[in-house]
Write a protein of this length. Structure first.
Lengths: 405, 372
């Protein structure tokens, strides 16, 4: 029982480490100080192009599609090494995580030739147009209409929570193509040029102040039938197929908050009365709780990676990590603010680094428990797909969609 | 990444599971529960010994099988799952570990073969009433080769024939001693506990002859804490085995029981509750593996890993056992249902070598030292 790489994995890790040491340094955001999002994006595109050249943009894809023909374990190794740096790769995560794999699976050869490579190189960015104001967890409830007109389809409606839509060139979209049949049978999947006439993107300001999510309005947007992915009214199957292909990502157990080491360093600093908070037994008790939770997540990943190393893809149980991390981040950052007393609510005069800004982490955690699968949906997923308990009773499965709204 | 047990270890685990399902199903634990005079299932213990499992991690030259901690871990998980009422933990995780850790060659040569052969039922006596011992506040005295005082509670005290005890020498320093419990000067008194499937008792020493093991003072205290660290990992495997059994029972019940026209497992309250238990169990299993790795590899971070394993396993097993009762509704709180057997065991294991907050202190102490 050990945590070691196999010789092949170790060799690949070494190769990646070396390459990153040479190439990534210039793009590490900590070297650039406070720069605009536009500037970060420009740096991101440059680095992405370098990654794509090496096949690292999609490790598991075959070389002729821009990958390096690697294993899922190698993809994880690459991610682990890249994470040691603070690189502007966030702009491409969604793009390459789902829309591009969908295109690979369902687009024509010609379309793949046109679209895959520029996306891998970061020249073009794709977004996911799924959720709507009345359809988040219930993706089958979407209403955005696609009406066939000759060789085209005309789209009307609204999408919401679309990450990076304001910088995206293209998007994959799921639409209501036939409201006269039950919900899952009347959806069609397309891809759309975000610069099409009638597409309007509005950033959403989130509760914590961030703005990567957008609303996207479609007013008489015309797209060709050639942009359809999968069968007419077969959109749900395309969506399911792609959700099954979710890339296994190892999210760090701190969930974007401060590491426990940094937390201890912060707590050691003399507080205004000269005492270190680390002397307080209540604080020490909480540190132990957080350590146990983090250790649980890290060791859970180690077990999943053991399977991955042997060729077994993780199953739906992998959903538990986000469920644990998001709530833990909320509780842990809130506790840190408590320890600071009244000062926990305010930002100090000196600039606060991300590593110690538990106020920001606390605010963001509330959204984290919702985005990418709410706590409640994740619990349902675990209960149904891991424990085999019955699905929720759905009253709308066999009712024509237009009778529901 | 190879953070798992080997195929051979898994095969051993299956063998143990098969044996225990066959020879130590819950009716065996229940029989001990229901019989005021019984504190273990002797036939099961004998068969287990005959299979060589008492000698699993005892070196071959002491008559054992010569395997290691990882094999003990999978065995422990199955013992926990089955609630088998046998003095395995006292004899192996505590007594044998103490002998291996601090005894000299002579004592090892005397004791370990007897453990492997099942001639010894052993235990570790450290508690002295309420609370947890502190190195310079131990009341049991060891002077001129004799023990005087009382230890309670002591796991399996009534059936054990040997014990390693934590005592204070004439300078008040902690020391570990080996004592035969079959002397007239030793009284073994049963104690009733909330978990009658794990025997408990008091040991009263009236100038009982005993033998010091190893050095006294700091060294003895460190050795004592190390023995508990090793035991913590093994108990943690029992706890995750028990937690898995509770979840399985709850799922089975929820899948069959109906209310309001559907199986109760189809209600989100039950689904979400069991999803949370599953998550807690998975985190605990993951942390116990970490403990197993540290124990088997002799890692310096064993005190940290063992504490994490213990705290995680305590939390998971207690939650799983409690929610298992809850899911069963009224039936869950009857003597006849199996739920309370696991509930009782989850609580007793949560206390056996010190409670969660004691071990949480160790986590923070150990972790903090590593942060520059």
């Amino acid at each position: 029982m050990d945590f070691e790489d196999t010789p092949e994995e170790a060799a690949f890790r070494h190769e990646v480490k070396t390459w990153l040491a040479e190439q990534a340094a210039d793009y590490d955001l900590s070297k650039h100080g406070d720069i605009s999002t536009e500037r970060q994006l420009a740096l991101g595109r440059e680095f992405q192009a370098l990654k794509a050249e090496r096949g690292y943009a999609k490790v598991t894809w075959p070389k002729d599609l821009g990958g390096m023909g690697g294993t899922p374990m190698q993809a994880v190794i690459y991610d682990q090494e890249e994470e040691q740096y603070d690189l502007p790769t966030v702009f491409f995560a969604i793009s390459l995580g789902m829309p591009i794999p969908v295109m690979r699976r369902f687009a024509t050869e010609e379309q793949k030739q046109r679209y895959l490579a520029p996306a891998l190189r970061g020249e073009e960015i794709w977004c996911q147009l799924f959720s709507e104001p009345s359809a988040g967890s219930d993706l089958g409830g979407i209403r955005l209409r696609a009406v066939r007109e000759g060789d085209d389809w005309v789209l009307n409606g609204q999408k919401i929570w679309t990450s990076w839509a304001h910088i995206s060139d293209f998007g994959v979209i799921i639409t209501r193509s036939d409201p006269s049949v039950p919900k899952h049978r009347g959806m069609t999947y397309f891809f759309v040029d975000m610069k099409s006439p009638g597409v309007e993107v509005r950033p959403i300001k989130q509760a914590a102040g961030g703005g990567e999510f957008c609303e996207v309005f479609f007013t008489d947007v015309r797209i060709p039938d050639a942009a359809r992915l999968g069968e007419v009214n077969g959109g749900w199957q395309v969506a399911i197929a792609t959700l099954m292909e979710e890339r296994f990502a190892v999210t760090e157990a701190a969930g974007g908050g401060a590491s426990l080491e940094d937390t201890v360093r912060f707590l050691r600093r003399e507080f205004d009365d000269g005492e270190s908070a680390m002397n307080d037994p209540r604080v020490r008790d909480k540190i132990a709780d957080w350590y146990v939770a983090e250790s649980g997540i890290n060791n859970f990943y180690a077990r999943l990676l053991t399977g991955l190393s042997q060729g077994q893809l993780p199953g739906p149980e992998a959903a538990l990590s986000k469920l644990v991390i998001a709530s833990k981040l909320q509780q842990q950052s809130s506790s840190l603010m408590d320890i600071c007393g009244p000062a926990g609510a305010v930002y100090p005069d000196h600039s606060v680094s991300r590593a110690t800004d538990h106020r920001m982490a606390w605010l963001e955690a509330a959204g984290y428990r919702i985005a990418g699968g709410t706590d409640e949906i994740l619990r349902n997923t675990i209960a149904e797909r891991v424990l085999g308990l019955p699905g929720d009773i759905r009253l709308d499965k066999d009712v024509p969609f237009e009778k529901l709204v | 990444m190879n953070f798992d047990f080997s195929d051979e270890q898994r095969a051993l685990q299956s063998e143990v599971q098969r044996f225990l399902s066959d020879r130590a199903d819950l009716s065996v634990a229940r029989a001990v529960l229901d019989d005021d005079d019984a504190c273990f299932a002797e036939p099961v213990w004998r068969e287990l010994v005959e299979l060589g499992w008492a000698g699993m991690a005892i070196p071959e030259h002491y008559g054992g099988v010569g395997l290691g901690y990882l094999e003990l871990c999978v065995l422990a998980e199955e013992l926990g799952r089955s609630l088998a009422p046998v003095p395995f933990s006292s004899t192996i995780y505590l007594f044998a570990e103490a002998i291996l850790r601090v005894a000299d060659e002579n004592v090892k040569a005397q004791m370990l073969p007897a453990v492997a052969a099942g001639d010894i039922i052993g235990t570790l006596a450290f508690a002295e009433g309420i609370g947890f011992p502190r190195p310079h506040r131990i009341k049991l005295r060891f002077e001129n080769g004799r023990l005087h005082g009382e230890k309670w509670p002591v796991a399996d005290a009534v059936i054990a024939n040997h014990a390693v005890v934590l005592a204070a020498d004439k300078r008040g320093e902690p020391c570990l001693c080996l004592v035969s419990l079959e002397q007239d000067s030793v009284e073994r008194r049963p104690l009733h506990s909330i978990d009658p499937t794990r025997g408990q008792g008091a040991l009263v020493f009236d100038e009982a002859k005993a033998q010091r093991l190893g050095e006294g003072g700091d060294s003895a205290w460190k050795a004592f804490r190390h023995i508990l660290d090793a035991a913590a990992v093994l108990f943690a495997f029992e706890q995750v085995g028990g937690a898995a059994a509770c979840l399985a029972q709850a799922i089975e019940f929820a899948t069959e029981r109906t209310a309001f026209g559907r199986t109760i497992g189809s209600f989100q309250a039950i689904k979400h509750k069991l999803a949370d238990i599953y998550v807690g169990n998975q985190l605990a299993v993951s942390n116990t593996y970490y403990g197993a790795w540290a124990l088997a590899s002799g890692a310096e971070e064993l005190p940290l890993a063992a504490s994490v394993a213990r705290v995680s396993a305590i939390q998971a097993f207690e939650a799983a056992a409690a929610e298992n009762v809850q899911v069963h509704g009224g039936m869950g709180f009857t003597w006849e249902a199996d739920c309370h057997l696991y509930l009782r065991r989850s609580r007793s294991l949560a206390l056996v070598i010190g409670d969660a907050s004691l071990w949480k202190s160790q986590i923070t102490n150990e972790f903090e030292r590593k942060v520059a």
